[in-house]
Design a protein around this ligand. Structure first.
Ligand SMILES: Cc1cc2nc3c(=O)[nH]c(=O)nc-3n(C[C@H](O)[C@H](O)[C@H](O)COP(=O)(O)OP(=O)(O)OC[C@H]3O[C@@H](n4cnc5c(N)ncnc54)[C@H](O)[C@@H]3O)c2cc1C
Length: 407
């Protein structure tokens, strides 16, 4: 039996950071990671470039998450500038890109992971690799951490096992069952930051096409459940791209509750009248051109035929033959192009997990469980998930930091 001040389960972004922070404060830390190396998921982030955080201010940050308010206190203690200072202080140069996204200057996630590995060693964290924690038992005044071969004892425990997304990286939802055992409510985990499978088959023909600056809204029956602005990418199963990824958590959460539709507004900067005037102008300027050719000024060429079919307008018709009724249909289709959700992509194809340990039962000042003294949570296991742009890693590092200094 070996003893530590704190046992940390999960060597992802949050658990590794918590370990470093806690060991810097002279705690004896055991870190358990089931893989043969730490931070397997971190290596994949930002297309292997690692979008570490974002330069947005705290209020913008809070709006990027489900349960963002839970993070307010966490961010007061450790925010983006603290994270940047931390990495730069240890020699990792960073840069800011479009959308205020922060990356290593080297564009290499491996540099982030190598630095974290070095800091684990320097701070004398006891790292147990290829060690899957099987159970945690609470005894009087201490915890027992049970792995396949051995048992470990500590006064405090941080569960940082992540969510269920990209399970091949080791995040397979192991922590939920322990949290539940300790009396925590688990908000059902669902995939987020993922593509959406679409029922309409004609969408497959748009595979590879990107729509820029569109608005996408999701409706459960008549109720709007989410809205995003930006890029939509068509894929072999349906839709993806930043706007859809950011909408996907809201769709996942409502899957199974009724029919969900996605409404695309191709021209969100124009109101209905302006869209109609634009069409009138195009038709007047090109009276003898086929409508399928006129629409090249309005939509990417690859979507035009199916779009016109959707609007029930013959693509071969010339512009001056378009009736007022057809024009109205075209306006409506440009503003309310509606497709039906079949499903969200599965966990293996989703970047984060929505759901997890209910935030109401965690003290946001310390990350300690409100149910069990000495038990802490950090990272994606908590029911907080953010949009794309570096928000999920910042949440993992910040909650890791707060748990690390509080144990
Ligand atoms: C492809 C991809 C790209 C992404 N890109 C970005 C990005 O650019 N920016 C951003 O902010 N976010 C990004 N994310 C999200 C971000 O990576 C996660 O939110 C973050 O890594 C969560 O950190 P975590 O420490 O909570 O969990 P994880 O990183 O999932 O770590 C959990 C660790 O716990 C270990 N573990 C689990 N159970 C056990 C057990 N029983 N015993 C021992 N160890 C265990 C796992 O092996 C794993 O290493 C991306 C995610 C993916 C999948």
């Amino acid at each position: 039996m070996e003893f530590a001040d704190v046992c940390i389960i999960g060597g992802g972004a949050s658990g590794t950071f918590a370990s470093i922070v806690s060991a810097e404060r002279k705690k004896k830390v055991f870190l358990f990671e089931k893989n043969k190396t730490i931070c397997k998921k971190l290596l994949l982030t930002g297309n292997r470039r690692c979008n570490l955080t974002n330069m947005a201010d705290i209020e913008e940050f809070i709006e990027k998450y489900r349960n963002g308010n839970f993070l307010r206190n966490v961010f007061y203690q450790f925010f983006n500038t603290d994270l940047i200072d931390f990495f730069e202080k240890h020699g990792l140069k960073l840069k800011v890109e479009r959308g205020k996204r922060v990356y290593p200057e080297s564009d290499n996630a491996e540099d982030v992971v190598n630095l974290l590995k070095k800091l684990l060693i320097e701070n004398k964290v006891y790292l147990f690799l290829k060690t899957s924690v099987k159970d945690i038992e609470k005894r009087k005044g201490y915890f027992e951490i049970i792995t396949e071969k051995r048992k470990f004892i500590s006064e405090k425990v941080i569960i940082a096992t992540g969510g269920k997304s990209f399970p091949e990286t080791g995040s397979q939802g192991d922590g939920y069952k322990w949290a539940e055992k300790f009396g925590h409510k688990i908000i059902p985990p669902v995939p987020a930051l993922c593509g959406i499978e679409i029922k309409e088959k004609f969408i497959r023909k748009w595979q590879g096409i990107t729509l820029k600056n569109v608005r996408v809204s999701a409706f459960l029956e008549r109720k709007k459940i989410g809205e995003e602005f930006g890029e939509v990418l068509f894929t072999h199963y349906g839709v993806s791209g930043p706007a859809i990824l950011n909408l996907s958590g809201d769709i996942s959460e409502n899957t199974g509750k009724g029919e969900i539709k996605i409404v695309i507004n191709f021209k969100p900067a124009l109101d209905e009248k302006k869209v109609e005037n634009r069409l009138i102008r195009e038709f007047e300027e090109n009276p003898n051109r086929k409508i399928k050719n006129v629409f090249r000024n309005l939509l990417p060429s690859g979507v035009i035929i199916e779009f016109l079919k959707y609007a029930s307008v013959d693509p071969e018709k010339v512009a001056n033959q378009i009736t007022k009724e057809e024009r109205k249909k075209l306006v409506k289709s440009l503003r309310e192009f509606t497709i039906t959700v079949k499903n969200t992509r599965p966990f293996y194809d989703s970047m984060v997990t929505r759901g997890g340990v209910d935030v109401k039962e965690i003290n946001p000042k310390t990350m300690e469980s409100r149910k069990v003294k000495g038990l802490f949570f950090a990272g994606e296991i908590i029911d907080v998930d953010g949009k794309t742009g570096g928000f999920n890693l910042q949440a993992a590092f910040s909650t890791g930091y707060v748990a690390g200094i509080s144990v």
